[in-house]
Design a protein around this ligand. Structure first.
Ligand SMILES: [Zn+2]
Ligand SMILES: [Zn+2]
Length: 394
């Protein structure tokens, strides 16, 4: 930015960022129902001079700031909370029973508004169009996909994209920006094996779906170990197996549910095919009728090399080499992938754990963050946006 460094500027916003984040934390809203949050975001953006569109994917908000000729750069923020009862007794703990910002999206909204503030105050430092996308329903509600289907990536279409997540697995002050896949593609699958129930003393008169299901679970373990190369990455998990009610009855059915996580599209195709073949083939070999439903949830988040290198240089310029983490990737999924699939971008992990350690895990009733992460997020993204929209680019 200029005279006063972006770090100082962001640090001066600290009290404001904390106040925003704590207010949002007290008032969590479930995905696609973030009405209070969206209203607050829209009002704040309007006050800052942004052109604001609301009601995209129910409660999504887009703020546009046009500032001369230059590229269109988007920053994506997710806004939703989780159906979790908060177990912290902080003064800013959730006031909504059974609902909590346990993933840090309250921090994301505060950071997004901090970025909006600095970018509006320092239009001498950049040229182009800033598109701030506040997305509803990230937690398994397809908010990003709905927004994309409703045309959020058009008029204007962004040239590059940024997105952040506060990250309690890294200490505050460390920031992860890694080229390539950083979050996994996700599938959800569920299968029903239908056999023929009967007396537990006469299995010969039955088709036992429970034994078939046990074979399916075991056989699925060969997908990653035998079908995926050792250099590749994949996870196949059976998260639910349900069959039978008592000791002396062979049940009619068994039900299985699970997920698949992969980075590479070819590996994804292989794993999906093998899971299908094994569930159906093993179930049928054991005499069961098999129904399998396999749904693709999100693609992988694949960071663009060029944008990621720019972000890495911002991190080392602002905080030094030790602040940059180049290894943080996860088999978790994230629907920012629907934006990143179309727009080259970088998904960034902002360390929010305590100094030198890890904070409470995400999606945990004790989740909380080190609030200096708010400042770091604002400084990083603001500086990256300015470099992506330079004043000397014509
Ligand atoms: Zn989450
Ligand atoms: Zn999250």
């Amino acid at each position: 930015m200029h005279e006063l460094s972006v770090l100082d500027e962001a640090q001066q916003l600290y009290d404001q960022l904390v106040a925003w984040r704590r207010d949002l934390h007290k008032h969590p809203e479930i995905g696609l129902e973030e009405h209070r949050t969206a209203k607050f975001v829209a009002e704040t953006l309007r006050d800052l001079g942004y052109t604001v569109e609301t009601g995209i994917a129910h409660t999504g908000v887009v703020g546009l700031l046009e500032n001369g000729d230059g590229p269109v750069i988007m920053n994506r923020v997710d806004m939703d909370a989780l159906p979790i009862q908060e177990e912290n007794d902080a003064p800013y703990a959730s006031e909504v029973p059974g609902m909590m910002h346990a993933c840090g999206h309250d921090a994301h909204v505060a950071i997004g508004l901090g970025i909006a503030t600095l970018m509006a105050q320092h239009q001498e430092a950049w040229r182009g169009t800033l598109k701030l996308i506040f997305q509803p329903g990230e937690e398994g509600m397809n908010g990003a996909e709905i927004m994309v289907n409703e045309g959020v990536l058009e008029n204007p279409r962004p040239d590059k994209a940024l997105a952040i997540h506060v990250w309690n697995m890294m200490p505050v002050g460390v920031i992860g920006a890694v080229p390539g896949s950083v979050m996994a593609a996700a599938e959800r699958w569920q299968a029903e094996l239908r056999g023929k129930g009967g007396h537990a003393a006469h299995p010969e008169d039955t088709v036992d779906p429970l034994v078939a299901a046990a074979h399916v679970v075991t056989a699925l373990q060969t997908v990653v170990s035998r079908n995926v190369g050792a250099q590749e990455t994949a996870v196949v998990t059976v998260g639910m197996l349900r069959s039978g009610d008592t000791f002396n009855v062979i049940p009619d059915t068994a039900e299985l549910r699970g997920t698949i996580r992969t980075y590479d599209p070819e590996v994804r195709e292989t794993v999906v095919t093998r899971v299908r073949e094994i569930v159906e083939g093993t179930g049928q070999a054991m005499g069961c009728d098999v129904t399998l439903q396999l749904d693709a949830l999100t693609p992988a988040v694949d960071n663009d090399a060029e944008v990621t290198h720019l972000v890495q240089s911002v991190i080392t310029d602002l905080w030094g080499d030790d602040a940059l983490d180049i290894e943080e990737r996860t088999m978790g999924s994230e629907d920012a992938a629907f934006f990143m699939d179309e727009i080259p971008g970088c998904y960034i992990f902002i360390g929010s754990g305590p100094e030198g350690g890890e904070g409470p895990p995400h999606h945990n009733p004790h989740f909380d963050i080190e609030e200096q992460a708010l400042v770091n997020g604002v400084a990083l993204v603001t500086e990256a946006l300015c470099r992506l929209m330079p004043t000397d680019a014509g």
